[in-house]
Design a protein around this ligand. Sequence first.
Ligand SMILES: Nc1ncnc2c1ncn2[C@@H]1O[C@H](COP(=O)(O)OP(=O)(O)OP(=O)(O)O)[C@@H](O)[C@H]1O
Ligand SMILES: [Mg+2]
Length: 300
Amino acid sequence: MNLQQDEQVQPGRGASVMEPTHGEKLHPAPPNRPASPASIPPALDVVDVHASFRERRSKLPVLNGLSLTVEQGEFVAIVGPSGCGKSTLFHIIGGLLKPEEGQVLMNGHDVTGQRGKISYMPQQPALFPWRTIEDNVLLAGEVASSAPPRAEALAEARKWLSSVGLAGFEQAYPHMLSGGMQQRAAFLRALLSPQELMLLDEPFSALDALTRSDMQRWLLDIWEQNRRSVLFITHNIEEALLLADRVYVLSNRPATVLHEVHVPFDRPRREEITEESAFLERKRQIAQWMREEQQKARLS
Ligand SMILES: Nc1ncnc2c1ncn2[C@@H]1O[C@H](COP(=O)(O)OP(=O)(O)OP(=O)(O)O)[C@@H](O)[C@H]1O
Ligand SMILES: [Mg+2]
């Protein structure tokens, strides 16, 4: 295992960086994504964010100087212990919460505390119960400033609904769908939102293994065609390594970036990479880091 600090890598400032095992350097940008010229700022730059929740007199620190970046068109995954502050980080990036310290920059602009800049799929699929599935999916376009005509948006939404196995449910209401189906509809809504940066909070967690694998394949395909900038939370290490260009491993609460792992596989990605030794090595290493965090949490 070849772990080393890398001064060129801004993300995760201070976190360890896992290099490809073949010895080649992947920085500043791995070959499987376009290198951003130095003049192009990252799609997202979270800088030294501190946050805590206050309840009466007690204070619960949740984020402890967390920094990360998502380059333009990059797919970045976050894994970390349950309750460490991942969803809170998304709320801060989305402007729903303000950090105590630190900044959120998008395309080089300070957007700390500003809403409406991201397309977001929350951990609990938040579909509006009074709207049909297709109207929920269409909502993404309706709130955009340059919305296409409804007929066009509807045809598009139906096409996408069919591609995630929801054909026939366009007129259904959310309560008539299973948890996994609701998750797919919420995912589509985020996908069809016009904002360039997508934040996906465990989008596939309610899906059975087979559907999850289908959705991963499907997400890989559309992402590889469109190259949106994506920040993706998952508890599934294999999913993180299969989909992402980089993986951040967070500590226990209050969360900070412990490790940053570059994922060197070419795109389009094939599922067979999950059997390659470089993949398995990273998977084992991340699992070990996570176990170490669990042990620390038990001891403290
Ligand atoms: N609105 C809130 N008020 C008070 N405490 C909160 C609030 N939201 C979250 N917390 C606390 O902050 C901590 C981090 O929560 P968060 O939901 O960000 O964790 P997470 O990493 O997303 O967990 P999981 O992996 O289980 O989804 C938890 O201890 C949680 O109880
Ligand atoms: Mg969460």
